[in-house]
Ligand binder design. Structure first.
Ligand code: ATP
Length: 237
């Protein structure tokens, strides 16, 4: 059986500046895979390549269909939700309005209302702030809202970029706890970019390590956690 998402020797450039030189990875249907790597290794760009936000070469397939050359809205329509680094919530809109923006491609109001309830169940902090502007939320709440907005599209694959960035450790653990619950309760597949490998490993079964735009190592998390170079570079031991 082929993977839900498959990247094979993917390259990507910003204008004339090439930043990915050969990224390969696969996410099985229902699986969760991490992307680890130092600052500037190309983790964010890999997610942007999948979402059609940067010029790419090589092969990117989702459910057997090539994504190369598609626009971000076309990729989203296929069932891929991208929760960007920096969250990207709309500060002047309320929490509820942000959630509804996530569902903009859907028509069934009853199902949308059901999914709003599900998001609020998953992230109870948001339920308390449902009519507040996104700008007034704490960093952790904004991150929860960004994830919840992604889920509102009812995606088959979630691309999650640095969900712990700028959060206190306990808040980051909270956010990852809720995402872990989402994963246990649904068959949502995930590709997770995270600097904090220990946190990523609470969610994913396997990971790929990027170095200067190339995949240099991948495998099941137990195997990676057993490697000295991974422990030193990403697990602080
Ligand atoms: P970080 O954790 O710092 O976000 P990253 O692994 O996600 O790192 P990317 O953000 O993908 O790395 O960046 C990869 C390279 O591409 C870096 O050298 C960065 O400077 C460069 N880069 C990123 N965005 C742009 C852009 N819009 N234009 C030109 N170069 C860019």
């Amino acid at each position: 059986m082929s993977a839900l998402l498959e990247l094979d020797d993917v390259t990507a450039s910003y204008g004339h500046v090439q930043v990915l030189y050969g990224v390969s990875l696969a996410v099985e249907d229902g699986g969760a895979v991490g992307i680890l790597g130092a600052n500037g290794a190309g983790k964010t760009t890999t997610l942007r390549a999948i979402s059609g936000m940067v010029r790419t070469g090589g092969s990117i397939t989702f459910d057997g269909m090539s994504l190369v050359g598609l626009r971000p809205d076309q990729v989203a329509r296929l069932g891929i939700a991208h929760v960007p680094e920096g969250r990207g919530t709309l500060g002047h809109l309320t929490v509820k309005e942000n959630l509804l923006v996530g569902a903009y491609q859907r028509k069934n109001r009853a199902e949308i209302a059901q999914d709003v309830e599900r998001c609020l169940d998953l992230f109870p902090n948001l339920a308390d702030r449902i009519s507040a502007s996104a700008a007034s939320l704490s960093g952790g709440e904004q991150q929860m809202l960004a994830v919840a907005r992604g889920i509102m599209a009812r995606p088959r694959l979630l691309l999650l970029d640095e969900a712990s960035l700028g959060l206190a450790p306990s808040t980051a653990a909270n956010v990852y706890g809720a995402i872990g619950r989402l994963r246990r309760e649904s068959s949502l597949s995930m590709l997770v970019v995270e600097q904090n490998a220990a946190l990523a490993f609470t969610l994913v079964e396997s990971a790929t390590v990027l170095e200067t735009g190339r995949s240099v190592l991948s495998g099941p998390k137990e195997e990676l956690m057993g490697k000295d170079e991974i422990r030193r570079a990403y697990l602080g031991s």
